[in-house]
Design a protein around this ligand. Structure first.
Ligand code: HAS
Length: 545
């Protein structure tokens, strides 16, 4: 990569890994508090810690890592001009200022509103203003990436675009369309309300706009992992991309189906017509299909690579995989986790089963498997080659070995913690609650053992975080100088050629918008007309003042 582009990506990585350390520490505090054996010192509130944990890990770490990674992919495939780089830096600083403002408000205890921050919980206006800055900064990144992409297309008329650049373009379009929702609630509802300019806001509208953004958000996290699975892992295992067309089809399906599904987070909410919940559940099952395509495609890639190396038998090809290479091992464990994680998602999305798990700690277990295992282990897997590429160093045997240990520590910690969360959730344990014996309730007694297990798993995970931060620092400052490979796979020779219809952006964006309008217009009018306006007259559990 050109040095200037490497510096840009690296700036994003620093923020991501500092976030990992701070957010991870907060996670450790939470699981310890939930055992009932520890209380937070200096009057720090449980929800303050929980908000830092969620915002810093789910929003800050992910956004900075993804945008930094995507710049590297775009620079490698379609290039970056000086003008684009200048705007990319502006984007970085706008997001950074927004993050600092938001973080300060949380640390001052003026924004204990959790990472979902919808009404009726209320934060200090500066918390929302900081968030708005992060979103605006990320929009600049969207335009930089799309500018790079469409400039390339103009210069290469009639050609199929590079796969990774195509994938980045899709992810940024999803991000842009979905953040319009969160920007709307922040700017039109939450900021005026927190400034005291209006007394009441429509809580259901605020939640609906949040989840319009909140679900595509999870695919904004997932798709960069899929970029690595489809187009980088094949190279690392010495194979080829099984099918370029299938990869593009999966990404287009995400563009179409990842947004009009927010109601599956609101299945138990009154005020939304069941018919529209049903429609959005059907669309949710549609958005699982590209993940099933991905599972198929990964197996096909592994099998082709293994057989090309001469391994035979039904599953003999698995022996041909580079198990000792952390660039493969970490993402593979992530894939493995996605089998139960995705199944859990389908359970959540099924209306009747959602009644069992909604608002229990099962849901927390679900996203620690999806986001904190599948996605994050893949991000770590990317870091093992990307950071050396960006810093002009080599991934040596020491780091490779530590990386494998890190992956194992992470998996054990997550298996124990997330497993305990899933079971306790089925036993009725609520999420987002501090330690309580609920007045000696017999049912609550059943949860306590699992809370200990969460603390054990969470402590092991914290060791994993410390290891990963050490690995990051080592790769950045101490690894031997040299040139590390930027692994980008080629498509298999026998794959079908990619049809040009995949490059028909007007068609795909048009269809995506049409589906969103179909799934949201009527229920939204319903919500505005029929649901009671106004936040409750009390602040729960605590307002910022
Ligand atoms: Fe989810 C709640 C439904 C995927 C994250 N989800 C959440 C929340 C988060 C989150 C953060 O319908 C909590 C939000 C909050 O704070 O309230 N989720 C789904 C569905 C999917 C899904 C249907 N979620 C994700 C991903 C996330 C994520 C991905 C983050 C990255 N989720 C829900 C629902 C709720 C929810 C409800 C609300 C619950 C409630 O009531 O509050 C699907 O996309 C999943 C599809 C995936 C598959 C798996 C395919 C398997 C693959 C692995 C291949 C493996 C290989 C190797 C090749 C069908 C691709 C295997 C090797 C071997 C040897 C076996």
């Amino acid at each position: 990569l050109p040095a200037k582009d490497a510096k840009l990506s690296m700036a994003h990585m620093y923020v991501a890994f500092i976030s990992l350390l701070i957010g991870g520490l907060m996670g450790l505090l939470q699981v310890l508090v939930r055992t009932g054996k520890m209380t937070l010192p200096f009057g720090i509130d449980y929800y303050q810690v929980l908000t830092v944990h969620g915002v810093i890990l789910a929003l800050v770490l992910t956004t900075f890592f993804i945008i930094g990674f995507q710049y590297a992919l775009m620079s490698k495939t379609v290039g970056m001009s000086d003008g684009e780089r200048k705007w990319a830096w502006i984007s970085f600083y706008v997001m950074l200022i927004g993050t600092v403002v938001t973080a300060v408000m949380i640390l001052l205890g003026k924004a204990n509103v959790l990472y979902t921050f919808y009404a009726p919980l209320q934060a200090h206006p500066l918390f929302y203003i900081g968030l708005a800055l992060v979103v605006v900064g990320s929009w600049i990144a969207v335009f930089v990436n799309l500018h790079q992409f469409f400039k390339w297309k103009k210069q290469h008329r009639g050609e199929v675009s590079p796969l990774l650049a195509f994938m980045v373009a899709i992810n940024m379009i999803i991000w842009f369309i979905s953040t319009l929702g969160v920007a709307a609630t922040v700017v039109i509802q939450l900021i005026p309300w927190s400034l005291g300019l209006v007394d009441e806001i429509n809580v259901l509208v605020s939640r609906t706009l949040f989840w319009y953004f909140g679900h595509p958000l999870v695919y904004f996290w997932l798709l960069p992992a899929y970029m690595a699975w489809y187009a980088i892992i094949p190279k690392i295992i010495g194979g080829k991309i099984f099918s370029d067309s299938l990869a593009r089809l999966a990404f287009i399906m995400f563009l179409l189906f990842s947004i009009p599904v927010g109601f599956h987070h609101q299945l138990l909410e009154p005020g939304i017509d069941p018919f529209w919940k049903y429609i959005q559940v059907v669309l949710t099952f549609a958005v699982a299909i590209p993940s099933l395509l991905t599972a198929f495609s990964m197996f096909a890639t592994f099998e082709s690579a293994g057989r090309a190396k001469g391994y035979t038998g039904l599953f003999g090809f698995m022996r041909g995989l580079p198990w000792k290479d952390v660039r493969f091992f970490a993402p593979f464990v992530g894939m493995l986790a996605f089998v139960p994680a995705g199944a859990g998602g389908l359970i959540n999305a099924s209306h009747q089963l959602n009644q069992v798990v909604h608002n229990t700690i099962w849901v927390t277990g679900h996203f620690h498997l999806t986001l904190a295992t599948t996605v994050i282990l893949t991000f770590f897997g990317i870091s093992y080659w990307l950071i050396p590429v960006l810093t002009g160093r080599k991934l040596n045997a020491h780091i490779n070995r530590l990386g494998i240990i890190q992956t194992i520590v992470w998996s054990i910690g997550m298996f124990i913690m997330s497993g305990a969360m899933h079971i306790a959730g089925l036993l009725g344990a609520p999420r987002r609650s501090s330690y309580s014996e609920y007045g000696g309730s017999e049912q609550a007694m059943e949860w306590i053992g699992y809370q200990y297990a969460q603390a054990i798993g969470g402590s092991i995970l914290f060791i994993g975080i410390l290891l990963m931060v050490y690995i990051f620092v080592y790769m950045t400052f101490f690894a031997p100088k040299g040139q590390e490979e930027f692994p980008m796979a080629e498509t298999a020779e026998d794959a079908l050629p990619t049809p040009m219809v995949f490059e028909n952006w007007k068609l795909w964006i048009g269809l995506a918008v049409a589906l969103i309008l179909f799934a949201y217009t009527i229920p939204f009018i319903d919500i505005i007309q029929n649901s009671p306006p106004g936040s409750p007259p009390f602040k729960w559990p605590i307002g910022y003042n």
